[in-house]
Design a protein around this ligand. Sequence first.
Ligand code: UT7
Length: 310
Amino acid sequence: MNAGIIGVGHYAPEKVLTNKDLEKMVDTSDEWIRTRTGIEERRIASDDMDTSDMAYEAAVSALEDADMTADDIDMILVATVTPDKPFPSVATMLQERLGARKVAAMDLSAACAGFMYGVITAKQYIETDAYKNVLVVGVEKLSKITDWEDRNTCVLFGDGAGAAVIGPVSEDKGILSFELGADGSGGPHLYQDDTIFMNGREVFKFAVRQMPESSVNVVKKIGLSEQDVDYLIPHQANIRIMEAARQRLGIPEEKMATSVKRYGNTSSASIPIALSEDVKAGKIKDNDLVVLVGFGGGLTWGAVALRWGK
Ligand code: UT7
């Protein structure tokens, strides 16, 4: 039995913060942000919308897409570095809010690679027959840990949530291979004290090496080659980093998700938001070979190669 993605959903807060808006807040320019990152605007959650509220909206949408109710869920995993509170977890808040059964629920901390860690964790429970359907959410309210006076970071991030229901699919479909990794020696390059600190250049160097490498590795693991990839969903951090992965795979521009333009970097939410949007836009079709790949603070990384469909 294989585990696959059987429903997707996402939620983005209404408030749009444009590059022009940021020009009034810090010494930056629309031109600098666009050319260095590819970001044009991002969403910012209101004060009364916390991380669990966004997780709930995305989860409801993913359950609907999977044609399921909360009763069908056997485990809840939430990838986030911006929980409402250190504890209880967002996952337990979500369980209560959804009216799910008293199933296992936990948060998972792997920064921007969190959704990849969540999906691959879910896969283990499903393929060992321990659980049938696992709800995996990537959600961040990064605006609450952003230093709005630091132009090195505040122009990059945004808020949002994406969710996927992972469940059993037929033998030739679903997650066919994965790679996960971490390198704690890179921890000082990207962390939170009160607000986010980032050594952009170091993270950039790591990411342009890791994302292409992991993308190729998961494809090679199933005995296929770069040319077989139909669609690439890289972590939406910076278009230049994403381009490095796309060019390494040698796939055309229209075969890569680029929601970074409209949402900025939403950390663990970026991959499931992009996935949900592009599935709903018809860009991903039955039988497509899709690569999801992420990297983040830790440093951490993760990738999967999956055959779309049930
Ligand atoms: O999810 C994982 C999270 N992190 C990432 O993915 C980030 C990875 N890194 C990056 O995306 C890039 O390194 C950045 C977008 C953060 C920066 O781009 P860069 O091409 O690496 O620029 P840089 O760090 O070399 O900085 C160039 C200049 C600097 O000025 P000086 O020192 O050369 O005079 C910065 O102070 O740009 C300056 N700068 C800005 N200027 C205008 C930095 N931020 C801004 C800004 N507006 N917002």
